[in-house]
Design a protein around this ligand. Structure first.
Ligand code: G3P
Ligand code: MG
Length: 242
């Protein structure tokens, strides 16, 4: 029997709206996705903000590193015009903004919070994200993932049961053992892993496969056939037609 595969909006509905903005998240919510994946980094004053790159150059009208701006500075940049001028009012959201929105809309969707600490080792990013999750009582609605395995080990040492996803590229023969060691609920993997013997071993071990980032319809259908738990996509129009 083929189980029902869930769709997560990767960086929000990012094929049609500027990635990692409140607009992209709200547009995803209105399309009834099961979850949203977003990326977090830290400002100079230690605030958790939602942006994919370590630098603001690609997705805003500013130049520089996230870690070199105070929150009051970084929220002033335009995070929408790079995508289309219609989105000029979009800003870099804080993780708190996203949690306020989840609570105010009474949304049940899962938030996959990817800690972007594989390039810059942000001081206490794990603690700050966990504190916000506790404050908004969203422990049962989030999955924490990272390419930085040590960071996930740290999250587990702080929190005994929050859902974790070990994130990696390609085929990692140690991924199953690493995930089981930290009682992760799943592996965040590329499609090739899901089709591999290692991917089958992961599923047999009880780990969910959450596959990124799939924008091709045929690949999407193949992954559903493999029984993966989650597919992350930028293209919610494509996935809604399946
Ligand atoms: O979390 C899955 C995926 O988002 C990882 O890659 O670069 O899109 O953050 P990236
Ligand atoms: Mg990501």
């Amino acid at each position: 029997m083929i189980k029902k595969t869930k769709v997560y909006a990767h960086r929000g509905f990012s094929s049609q709206f500027p990635e990692n903005t409140m607009r992209a998240f709200e547009e995803a919510r209105q399309r009834n996705v099961s979850g949203i994946e977003l990326d977090v980094q830290l400002t100079k004053d230690g605030e958790v903000v939602v942006i994919h790159d370590e630098e603001i150059n690609r997705t805003t009208n500013g130049i520089g590193y996230v870690q070199d701006f105070f929150l009051k500075q970084i929220i002033l940049f335009d995070a929408g015009t790079w995508f289309h001028k219609a989105f000029h009012q979009e800003a870099i959201p804080t993780l708190r903004d996203v949690f306020e929105w989840i609570v105010s809309t009474k949304s049940q969707l899962t938030l996959n919070i990817e800690l972007k600490n594989d390039v810059i080792a942000y001081e206490a990013l794990e603690e700050k994200v966990l504190e916000l999750i506790e404050e908004y009582e969203l422990v049962n609605q989030v999955i924490i993932s990272s390419f930085n395995y040590k960071s996930l080990v740290k999250v587990r040492s702080i929190h005994p049961h929050i859902s974790l996803g070990f994130l990696f590229e390609g085929i990692d023969n140690k991924a199953v053992e690493k995930a089981l060691t930290i009682q992760a609920s799943g592996l965040h993997c590329e499609p090739q892993y899901a089709f591999s013997a290692e991917g089958k071993r992961a599923q047999a071990s009880g780990l969910e496969l959450r596959v990124y980032t799939v924008n091709d319809k045929h690949l999407f259908l193949q992954l559903i056939n493999e029984g993966v738990e989650v597919i992350m996509t930028d293209d919610l129009e494509m996935s809604s037609r399946i």
